[in-house]
Design a protein around this ligand. Sequence first.
Ligand code: PLP
Length: 426
Amino acid sequence: MNDHNNHRRKFIKTISTAMAGFAVAPAFTSTNFDKVNNSTSDLSLVNDNSEAYWEKVKQEFLFVDGLKYFNNASLGSSPVLVQRATRNFRETLDSFPSKYMWGGWDEEKEKTRQTVADFFSVSNEEIALIHNTTEGMNLIARSMDLKKGDEVILIDHEHTSGTIPWEVWQETKGVKLVRPKVPILPKNKEELIAIYKKAITSKTKVISMCHMVNTNGMILPVKEVSEMAHKKGILVAVDGAQAAGMFSIDLHDLGCDFYTVSSHKWLFSPKGVGIFYSKKESQQYLKPLMVCKGHKDETIRRLENYNTRNLPEVLGLGASINFLNAIGLEKIHNRTYELKKYFRNKIAVNASLKLKTPAADNLSAAIQVVEVIGKPVSRVKTRLIDQYGIDCRPMSSFGLNAVRLSFAIYITKKDIDYLVNALESI
Ligand SMILES: Cc1ncc(COP(=O)(O)O)c(C=O)c1O
């Protein structure tokens, strides 16, 4: 066996030990689940930040041959261990469906909630396990008791998941949407804070904002906006679809009222799983989107009751967070910024490539958009996939004419060299 395979085997063994319980499918018990939750700390690779280490991380993701996946912002891939864990949960469920769906996994579900809560440094009583960001944003908007003339602030870069629920209130209740324009390349965070400050009036009830916009990867100043808003009794709802998992986030420190996540992006969970956070004091404003048994539960669990649910995927979310914890959130955070810097430095020397994402680390991270000057982005996108096997997302809104590139943990510097070479050739 060559060195490469040897490394891969050792790495898989280390993480497999950390996630031991998932290996035994039908005999899955809560004891095995405990092992999974308690054994991530014995990972021996914590101090290794070499490219060889990140190559091993990459090998945990199985992409189709020849594909260079720079499109994590659209949808993440689950590492093999997470796929296996979820498959095992499905097999377990199907071995005794009524037992696992109706209470047999209560304890495991609570452990998953705790794993999520710890990852974001909050309490388990502040986390609901939902399906995606779209659901979370709907949950917030549908809960708000707004009246004609009340105002909601949404900058122009907000995703449709976060705008449409408010637009419906605009159409049906006469709520006013205030839509400030934001530059693609703000000079600094203060410029963004000033835009929000200017938009606030005595009628503002909610500020709904992305943590990171999906158009060009710009980070918005959630903490500062929350501080400003709360002084005036305004609630802050955050769409964290593109931020959660990319860098470390302490939700209490961020200070917003609500934060919602699609964990199938940067947390690499099974698809159709999401996270909803509400600060304890702000839970009083929330009503379940769907009402069924459990809708009067006084805890945050009332927001996640749908009767029969995708529990194997929900438990799979715990496996994906365990996988990230096994690598280490701080390490992932640092890697994000390391790859960003590596990419931007390479691009900066080429006059025919233009970065359209702000440079500062408090304004962007692992999503960067680049224009190949003089080429329509649709053509660039087609050439990248057809000629180089590079998948990315073309962005034409806001005059971007640029490809959106995501640098997730399975991207190596060698992959970035390949990407930059392809962009230069085009
Ligand atoms: C910023 C942002 N919000 C919300 C969504 C919607 O995510 P989902 O379809 O998982 O609800 C996306 C998806 O790309 C996004 O980028």
